[in-house]
Ligand binder design. Structure first.
Ligand code: CTP
Ligand code: MG
Length: 239
């Protein structure tokens, strides 16, 4: 079984604020994308990494990542207008012999390599789709457009899901194909790949996630990421 990891990295990072595309912002001396790709390349299960990068940065991204991946193969393609489209464009260049696909956000630079291996193992053991998830700390309420609460969800039944998410290749390709065929509304684009798999009626399994797999979305997330990285470095963990 050959496993590839797709890394959508073509977003602008609007919620982080103006500046360089988010994947290329600095975290402890290296772009977020370099941290994320290095962790995947260290994962024993991952043999190939395919990055969907901002169109204007393809050459820069290739030269940043080549020294970071070691023996792991690397492909860099241009991304699309939505995360979903970026993943589709990366799926389209996968070699024929890949049968397990992880999808991992560049914006989750500190996700441990062990998490990628655990997700890969669960797919190899037969699951169609596997996502890491953690219990939700806040109480989550469903609201209407006026901000009135419609209901309070039962927190014990909720999971905040992360990446890397893992899939059998055929299931992920079918899910993206169905979404492309049904592209009636751009706002309908999924925020994760498992969401597309749910839409075609296949089973998605949640496994234990990792606190350090949090997504850098807003400025405060970068503060947390710097602190986590500093703690790792003080403990002698490279990265
Ligand atoms: N992504 C992508 N192509 C897009 C949009 C997003 O590859 N057209 C990637 C981002 O680079 C990121 C991941 O999808 O690694 C998760 O998306 P998100 O955290 O929303 O990042 P951005 O879209 O860049 O941020 P924002 O929504 O704040 O603009
Ligand atoms: Mg986004």
């Amino acid at each position: 079984v050959r496993t590839a990891a797709i890394v959508p990295a073509a977003g602008r990072g609007e919620r982080l604020g103006p500046g360089t595309p988010k994947a290329l912002r600095d975290l402890g001396g290296q772009p977020l994308l370099v941290h994320a790709v290095r962790a995947l390349s260290i994962a024993r299960s991952v043999e190939l990494v395919v990055v969907a990068a901002p169109q204007a940065e393809l050459a820069a991204v290739r030269s940043l990542l080549s020294p970071a991946v070691g023996d792991t193969e690397l492909l860099v393609v241009g991304g699309g207008r939505s995360r979903q489209e970026s993943v589709s464009l990366a799926l389209a260049v996968l070699p024929a012999d890949v049968d397990v696909v992880l999808v991992h956000d560049a914006a989750r630079p500190l996700a441990p390599s062990e998490l990628a291996d655990a997700v890969s193992a669960a797919v190899r053991a037969g699951a169609d789709a596997v996502v890491p998830g953690i219990p939700v700390a806040d109480t989550v309420k469903q609201v209407d457009t006026a901000g009135r609460v419609e209901r309070t969800l039962d927190r014990a039944q909720l999971r905040a899901v992360q990446t890397p998410q893992g899939f059998s290749r055929e299931v992920l390709v079918a899910a993206h194909q169905a979404a492309a065929d049904d592209a009636s509304d751009e706002s309908d684009a999924a925020t994760d790949d498992a969401g597309l798999v749910e839409r075609i009626g296949r089973t998605v399994l949640v496994v234990g996630g990792a606190e350090e797999a949090f997504k850098v979305t807003r400025p405060i997330d970068l503060v947390l990421a710097e602190a986590v990285l500093a703690r790792r470095r003080a403990a002698g963990v490279t990265g």
